[in-house]
Design a protein around this ligand. Structure first.
Ligand code: 5AD
Ligand code: SF4
Length: 469
């Protein structure tokens, strides 16, 4: 089978490097930068790439956004509130510009990729110096050079679905690293804008993924978080027989201490993947499996391609293969046409599964998606009441599910000092639950063993049992 999507050519990437070098030499280029990030892990990782490129162009990080010469907003458009928050903050920065005319304002990410947004920026947000979409991220040096040289606002939005390899990355955390394995999404869930702004699903070559993982391992990374909108269908279209389960096995063999991944789609969660999780040493016993709704009728309208029964069967199989596995999910309430009965189905599913955590959202119509034009949009007060009920239910369930850790040993990858005390540190256990334990600065970035002694809200409290692993 022939590959449909092209990796950006080495010549093009080299051209971008020379633009970065040219920007570095420009006398009037900004000296400091600040990145404001909205949205998911994909965006957080894109911001690490933006930082990598900015540093290649000679800029250094500023401590505060008001002090930076160059502020870039990496936007999200999955729900209306993310978009409004970004636009509000961008407009606020315009005021700062009044006292610091040299300030450059840039906007990138999913919002820019929305149909009509480029025109809107050119007309209504003329104070923005440069804007580019997710498809143009690797061309950031060229766009920056053009903006600085011309002094005009520069807006670039492409739609080609390419894979850029070899971008510089400035990682926020050394011990836990993001690694993108695929871009885009082909699922077209009827509520979701992602396929329109992130383009068609395309997987990186396994050799490129493994090379990056090897480098991370050499650099001392303790945990790799594999990223993609639907990692379970990794490999589709590459034509070399690779699957997500096979990729995981390779990474497991390599010896990365901890492997996690996000996000999965229940329809693509294969037995092969469940077996790989069972057999592996390093894949963490946790799974983020968005269900979205517990009603078959709504799942069908959402174009999710599974039923409540299929979802429950996948959960049962996961729990059989990996006892004690930590399950988390995403749920939308107030999808068009959701009746009280449909909502009860969701509440019942949440009761039946017993998730360790759930991200709950009120449905937000996105222009251009199928659901936005569906009749029977649910009134805001009804959606608000439903989400409150759902959150209250999940909180109670979480208190019960987390009790299974009491008295158990847990390994924690320490992220930093606990907010409440400088004699306690906190991080994530193997099941992706937050743990706070007694510790010190030397623990940060390391995996530490502890026994779970108490549960405070949604955090496990641990007593250290042994040193660094
Ligand atoms: N409205 C509300 N929530 C949404 N999500 C995606 N699109 C929408 C929307 N239009 C949620 C889904 C997805 C998560 C990342 O965001 O639950 O899993
Ligand atoms: Fe959106 Fe569905 Fe793709 Fe997830 S799988 S990004 S919810 S279209």
């Amino acid at each position: 089978m022939e590959r449909i999507y092209q990796v950006v050519s080495e010549e093009d990437m080299a051209r971008q490097k020379s633009f970065a070098a040219a920007v570095r030499e420009l006398p009037h280029r900004p000296e400091t930068y600040f990145i404001v990030t909205y949205g998911c892990q994909m965006n957080a990782h894109d911001s690490e790439k933006l930082a990598g490129i900015l540093e290649e162009m000679g800029l250094i990080p500023a401590a505060k956004r008001e002090e930076a010469d160059f502020v870039i907003f990496n936007t999200c458009c999955v729900r209306d509130n993310a978009e409004r928050r970004a636009l509000g903050n961008i407009t606020w920065l315009r005021e700062v510009r009044k006292t610091r005319p040299e300030l450059m304002i840039a906007v990138c990410g999913c919002m820019i990729q929305e149909p009509g947004m480029a025109e809107k920026i050119l007309k209504q947000y003329r104070f923005i110096n440069l804007a580019f979409g997710t498809a143009n991220l690797h061309r950031f040096p060229e766009i920056m050079y053009e903006a600085l040289e011309s002094g005009r606002n520069t807006v670039k939005v492409d739609t080609q679905d390419v894979i850029p390899e070899g971008l510089p990355v400035q990682r926020l955390r050394k011990e836990s690293a993001y690694l993108t394995i695929m871009y885009g999404c082909d699922n077209f869930c009827s509520y979701c804008i992602v396929p329109y702004v992130r383009g068609r699903e395309r997987s990186r070559e396994p050799s490129a993924v493994l090379r990056e993982a090897e480098q991370l391992l050499k650099d001392g990374t303790k945990e790799i978080m594999l990223l993609g909108q639907n990692v379970n269908s990794y490999g589709k279209g590459l034509g070399n027989g690779i699957t997500f389960a096979k990729l995981l096995k390779e990474l497991d063999r390599m010896g990365v201490p901890r492997i996690r991944f996000m996000t999965s789609h229940p329809k693509d969660l294969s037995d092969e993947l469940i077996d790989a999780m069972h057999d592996s040493k390093h894949i963490l016993p946790q799974f983020h499996l968005p269900v979205q709704s517990g009603s078959d009728r709504i799942l069908k309208k959402m174009n999710r391609h599974y039923t409540r029964d299929i979802y429950m069967e996948r959960v049962r199989k996961l729990r059989e293969a990996v006892p004690g596995i930590g399950l988390s999910t995403d749920i939308i309430v107030g999808f068009p046409g959701e009746t009280e009965e449909d909502f009860r189905d969701t509440m019942n599913l949440v009761r039946d599964v017993g998730f360790d955590s759930a991200f709950t959202f009120i449905y937000s119509p996105r222009v251009g998606t199928l659901a936005a034009s569906m009749e029977e949009q649910v009134a805001a007060d009804i959606s608000t009441r439903r989400i409150e009920e759902l959150i209250a239910l999940q909180e109670g369930i979480q208190q019960e599910t987390l009790k299974r850790f009491l008295g158990q040993e847990e390994e924690v990858l320490v992220e930093g000092f606990s907010k409440r005390s400088d004699e306690a540190v906190s991080g994530k256990g193997r099941h992706a639950v937050s743990v706070t334990l007694n510790g010190e600065a030397a623990d940060i970035g390391n995996i530490v063993k502890c026994r779970i002694t108490a549960l405070k809200h949604n955090t496990l409290m641990g007593e250290r049992t042994a040193g660094v692993k």
